[in-house]
Design a protein around this ligand. Structure first.
Ligand code: SF4
Length: 331
């Protein structure tokens, strides 16, 4: 069977630090560190994302999210392999059931891009994803708990599964009477917008489940015209769109950058939803923005942005029944 354009693009993603640096005309001094850190968590960048980076700029905010660097080997106290307690919450068949009424299904371990700050960079996907022959087990878990009304497909990136696998899954999901919504957490619409094709939209909007998609963009520069067009196709067909961003040092820890992100998201029909403090995963300490700085940034954002464009500043804390809001109004 021939592969869809998005699958070919994904297949051709950049996997070697030398290629990335060469394509952007960057200093080869970055190559040694990039190769070392690539051993810890491999580089992966689709062309469509690379095209939005500024050639020659080692500080480009998109590049910083994907370029392996030496700081990833630092062993910083307080930074762990599983900072949000996902392993402890893992139920049968790749289901993570942390929050009342919603259950998250690790649909696959694969992603179109590897983000250096990812809180799942050490997650044992091989043992814990529902698609490795375990749909039945995951579906049984959801069926047995009538308090679950929303299933969240996560990963990895659930949209890295092909449409046949997604349809198999949704056929099982619609047969569970207490499920009302299907929520997809995906960075694909941003990093590989060709993924949002006719077939995918048909899958997402073609069942009785209300479709919700939470995308992940951290900087307005990620949201170019191709991304905007893909997202607008989704909203036109009734998919509600939200964005979650991570507050990252050297990427978006400045008020104007956050303002631009909120405005751009709103312009293209996406509701800014969460601004996460970094999950303290081993290898990502250099991205951390402390709470004091985060609060000051929220105040600066709120001073010039309508309330409906303000994301909620949150931190995920292992064992808590919801994402913990960070109070930022008091100076
Ligand atoms: S796309 Fe999401 S899950 Fe995949 S590496 Fe990036 S942050 Fe992690």
């Amino acid at each position: 069977m021939s592969r869809a354009p998005w699958q070919r693009e994904w297949q051709n993603a950049i996997r070697h630090p030398a290629t990335l640096l060469e394509r952007l005309g960057l200093d080869t001094a970055l190559l040694g560190p990039a190769r070392r850190a690539d051993q810890l968590f491999e580089l992966r960048v689709p062309e469509a994302f690379l095209e939005r980076m500024e050639p020659g700029n080692a500080a480009d905010p998109l590049l910083r999210q994907v370029l392996p660097v030496d700081a990833e080997s630092d062993d910083t106290p307080g930074f762990a392999n599983d900072p949000v307690g996902d392993h402890a919450s893992l139920a049968n068949g790749g289901v993570i059931h942390k929050y009342q009424g919603r259950a998250l299904l690790i649909a696959t371990g694969a992603c179109a891009i590897n983000c250096r700050y990812c809180f799942r960079r050490h997650f044992p996907y091989a043992d814990a994803n529902a698609s490795s022959g375990q749909w039945a087990e995951a579906l049984d878990y959801l069926r047995d708990d009538p308090s679950i009304s929303e299933v969240i497909l996560s990963g990895g990136d659930p949209l890295s599964l092909n449409d046949r696998r997604l349809r198999e899954l949704s056929e099982g999901l619609v047969s569970i009477p207490h499920l009302r919504r299907i929520r997809v957490h995906s960075r694909m619409p941003v990093v590989l917008p060709s993924r949002i094709d006719e077939s995918l939209i048909g899958w997402l909007t073609g069942t009785r489940l209300t479709p919700v998609m939470v995308i992940h963009a951290n900087h307005a520069q990620e949201l170019d015209m191709r991304v905007a067009e893909s997202l607008q196709r989704l909203t036109r067909d009734g998919v509600r769109l939200y964005n979650q961003a991570v507050l990252l040092r050297g990427v978006n820890n400045d008020a104007q950058t956050l303002i631009n992100l909120s405005e751009r998201l709103f312009d293209i029909g996406v509701q800014p939803y969460y601004l996460h403090l970094l999950d303290r995963v081993r290898g990502a300490a250099h991205f951390e923005v402390n709470e004091g700085e985060a609060r000051a940034l929220m105040r600066a954002l709120a001073a010039v942005t309508p309330g409906y464009m303000l994301p909620r500043l949150v931190r995920e804390v292992a064992g808590e029944p919801w994402k913990v809001p960070i109070e930022w109004t008091a100076v």
